[in-house]
Design a protein around this ligand. Structure first.
Ligand code: ME8
Length: 520
């Protein structure tokens, strides 16, 4: 694997980030970190989507300019991703000058080659979706099914993209590449949507939507959000209609676009059509994750249950975001909806990270210090009964990641921790020491510590800070590639002193029990 290019959806900046946005960025960061353990060149793109009627309206309500609103909120997204240790390569904003310039060129090229044409149109526009809706997709009461709001009747002369021209090619691509849309069960939905697809509006009259990128050849029209937003995946790399950059040639096509299920249509129908029109290869995978609910309810401003990711870190006094990352990433199987609740969060991270994983490392190192003054002797190296399961887990985790099964991979790591805990329980090294079987006792401890190195490596994408603390105490190099992992990791000699043993994760105990994430 030479390179891995992955992207998130770019978030609308009409508000601050919430834990649904955070879920996606955490999943993508985990995938990125996993692939850094398999290849040397990972490019991770995220950013913000800053044009459109939604942002124009919110800015007007607040009495500020759209640009001021974008600057203020884009910074909130950047701050949140920093707090969550989202280690992206580039943060693109669709108001970046170089992005806007290339979007204009893309539009112009498609217009000149006849893929875009002008057309007078009357349709139902949903500001929440930032798109025209098909009347047959509305609820019985005539509302947008996602936003439960009545769409506006819009009559305008717009530019249209010939989506219908690419319909057959896209259906063929989806059928020939069953792993193009992940999870696979969503591919049928897309094929059904494709059946009655129509050409789509790609511009709006400036009289209605001022906050957009100008159409070069028509000063009455601005480019409408989706062609602008989707193009970020190539403009960020330095795509140019005439002379694409070396960076673009190196990273395109994307290995995966990570997005939410609500915007799958735009990514698996509109985006491939734009790319085909530009004569560019299609991304390898579109991974549509599910949605996060709060205490089993949809997150919404009107319900007052929107939670900001940083408020969770603050309320629980977390010194780093690992517990929250772990909880979110394992909250739902691939593509399914997940849920956040304060109680469940506490219970799960206490059980998995503190009691099972952290405690196992702490106990084992403490016994090594107690019985052997932290010294690993040559005779402690022996055949490790956990070796097969550990190396098998590495393979299973890799396979899960190749299918974007992030929660499933997390469960496999937990199961390896459980197996190591059971081994300690079964072999009872404290009893071996009591009986004077010191070599056997040392062998058990070193077997466990050898496996803890593999666990540190596997948990790293989810919990980079905890993994780094584990690796430090084990004198293990966390940069070891997954394919180079072995089961003999602990070096002979002094491994650790009592004062250097520190718990890698403290329980969110009763002290915090009355604290809960602040709803904004
Ligand atoms: O759709 N749970 O922006 P957006 C999980 N700008 N994911 C959620 C979520 C929730 N409760 N709420 C939102 C847009 N998301 C466009 C994207 S991409 C070229 C343009 C996810 O701010 C949502 O599914 O409404 C999407 O993937 C991302 O957050 C941004 O949503």
């Amino acid at each position: 694997m030479e390179k891995y290019y992955l992207t998130t959806a770019i978030d609308y900046v009409n508000g601050a980030p919430h834990i649904g946005h955070a879920y996606e960025k955490i999943l993508t960061d985990i995938i990125a970190r996993h692939y850094t353990q398999r290849c040397d060149d990972v490019y991770f793109l995220t950013g913000t989507d800053e044009h459109g009627i939604k942002i124009q309206k919110t800015a007007a309500e607040k009495g500020i300019t759209p640009k001021e609103l974008c600057d203020e909120n884009a910074q909130k997204f950047k701050n949140a991703w920093k707090a969550l240790d989202i280690d992206y390569t580039k943060f693109i904003r669709t108001t970046d000058e170089d992005h806007k310039k290339i979007v204009q060129k893309i539009f112009d090229k498609l217009l000149k080659q006849g893929d875009i044409y002008k057309h007078s149109y009357e349709g139902l526009y949903c500001t929440g979706c930032e798109c025209f809706l098909n009347p047959k997709d509305l609820t019985e009461d005539g509302l947008c099914p996602d936003h439960l709001k009545k769409p506006e009747v819009v009559k305008e002369e717009n530019y249209f993209f010939k989506l219908t021209k690419y319909k057959d090619a896209i259906i063929k691509h989806i059928k020939e590449h069953p792993d193009f849309i992940v999870p696979e069960f969503r591919a049928n939905e897309v094929i059904n949507q494709l059946e009655d697809i129509q050409d789509i509006s790609v511009s709006r009259a400036k009289t209605n939507v001022k906050w957009g990128i100008d159409v070069l050849s028509d000063d009455e029209q601005s480019i409408y959000v989706w062609i602008d937003a989707l193009s970020n995946y190539i403009t960020a790399l330095g795509y140019d209609t005439e002379n694409p950059s070396e960076n673009f040639k190196k990273y395109w096509p994307a290995d995966v676009h990570v997005i939410g299920k609500d915007i799958l249509k735009f990514h698996s129908i509109y985006w491939p059509a734009f790319l085909l029109a530009l004569d560019l290869p299609l991304p390898k995978h579109i991974f549509a994750h599910g949605w996060i609910t709060i205490d089993e309810s949809k997150m919404s401003k009107s319900l007052g249950n929107v939670i900001s990711p940083t408020s969770v870190l603050e309320s629980f006094n977390l010194e780093h975001p690992d517990a929250f990352r772990y909880y979110m990433a394992t909250s739902a199987p691939c593509g399914r909806d997940g849920n956040y609740s304060d109680d469940d969060f506490k219970e799960k991270v206490n059980a998995h990270l503190a009691n099972s994983m952290g405690n196992l490392l702490n106990r084992t190192l403490s016994m090594l210090v107690k019985y052997f003054d932290g010294e690993v002797k040559e005779e402690f190296k022996s055949e490790n009964p956990l070796a097969k399961k550990a190396l098998g887990t590495v393979q299973i985790v890799k396979n899960h990641f190749d299918n974007f099964e992030i929660a499933e991979a997390g469960l496999e790591i937990t199961s390896l921790v459980d197996a190591a805990n059971k081994y300690v329980q079964d072999t009872a090294p404290w009893s071996l020491a009591k009986e004077g079987k010191m070599t056997e006792c040392g062998q058990v401890l070193v077997n466990v510590l050898d496996i803890m190195c593999i666990i540190a490596s596997l948990i790293y994408p989810y919990c980079p800070n905890i993994a780094s603390d584990m690796a430090k105490q084990l004198s293990f190099d966390l940069n070891t590639k997954l394919d180079d992992l072995k089961t003999d990791n602990i070096k002979c000699g002094k491994l650790i002193s009592k004062e250097d043993i520190k718990p890698v994760f403290l329980r969110l105990d009763s002290e915090f029990a009355d604290k809960s994430a602040k709803k904004s």
